[in-house]
Design a protein around this ligand. Structure first.
Ligand SMILES: *Cc1c(COP(=O)(O)O)cnc(C)c1O
Length: 228
């Protein structure tokens, strides 16, 4: 049985409820379907149901799916760790990159983005809880990367992405998302014209929306446990 329509409906209701609770418009929060380790046919079905944005974190796995679904009008977001030797394919095939956390990668993406494709949308990834094993830049580095991004012709800085520390402590979850939000506001105060605060996943999207998220990235609760 195809469970995608009902799972999508539940996610949409969760987003709507969280927006209402936070006094926000539902249109302020978009859904990124994280399709990593799920086959192309599920992406096709979700697109039929109105989902247009999909997130992948491994290039080798993503490229065949992107190719198979090329005829659809989809927005592909790269959300995984980026090795230097992968930037060319990422810059060519994705519309968004949400996991930029160092200067070298930012400069390569700018250089390798085909001009004919238009600017590459970039979110800088912040390691908001300063976890040593986790990707993402520090707040100080983010300010420098944002300044650099503004000067690059083929990059359009859109905002920030974060994956906070895993915890069951709700207060701590709120605090982490609030820190990302305040860095986002700081960037705006510096004059950056940004609109995307990508935070919140299956387990914590309500808290992220309460703290200002404009894009939730949902995998498990939408597509089920990852099967390929
Ligand atoms: C896998 C992944 C998600 C989705 O996580 P779920 O808990 O399955 O919803 C979101 N963001 C990033 C960066 C991911 O790698």
């Amino acid at each position: 049985m195809n469970k995608l329509p009902s799972k999508l409906e539940i996610i949409r209701q969760r987003i709507e409820k969280a927006c209402i609770a936070a006094g926000r418009q539902v249109s302020e929060v978009s859904l990124l379907a994280v399709s990593k380790r799920h086959p192309a046919n599920k992406i096709f079905i979700l697109n039929e149901l109105g989902v247009s944005d999909f997130g992948e974190n491994q290039l080798q796995e993503a490229l065949p799916k992107l190719e198979e679904l090329e005829y659809l009008d989809l927005q592909w977001h790269f959300i995984g760790t980026i090795q230097s030797n992968k930037t060319q394919d990422i810059a060519r095939h994705f519309q968004w990159v949400q996991s930029v956390d160092r200067e070298k990668i930012l400069r390569r993406l700018d250089r390798q983005r085909p001009v004919s494709s238009g600017s590459l949308n970039v979110c800088l990834q912040v390691n908001i809880d300063q976890e040593p094993q986790k990707a993402g830049a520090t707040s100080e580095q983010i300010l420098q990367l944002a300044a650099l991004a503004e000067g690059l012709d083929n990059i359009r800085l859109r905002g920030l992405m974060a994956i906070p520390q895993l915890t069951d402590n709700r207060q701590q979850q709120h605090d982490s998302f609030r820190k990302v939000r305040s860095l986002f506001e700081e960037l705006k105060n510096f004059g950056h014209d940004i609109d995307t605060l990508s935070m919140g996943m299956s387990a914590d999207l309500e808290i992220a929306i309460a703290e200002g998220s404009t894009m939730v990235r949902v995998g498990t609760d939408l597509l089920g446990s990852r099967d390929i």
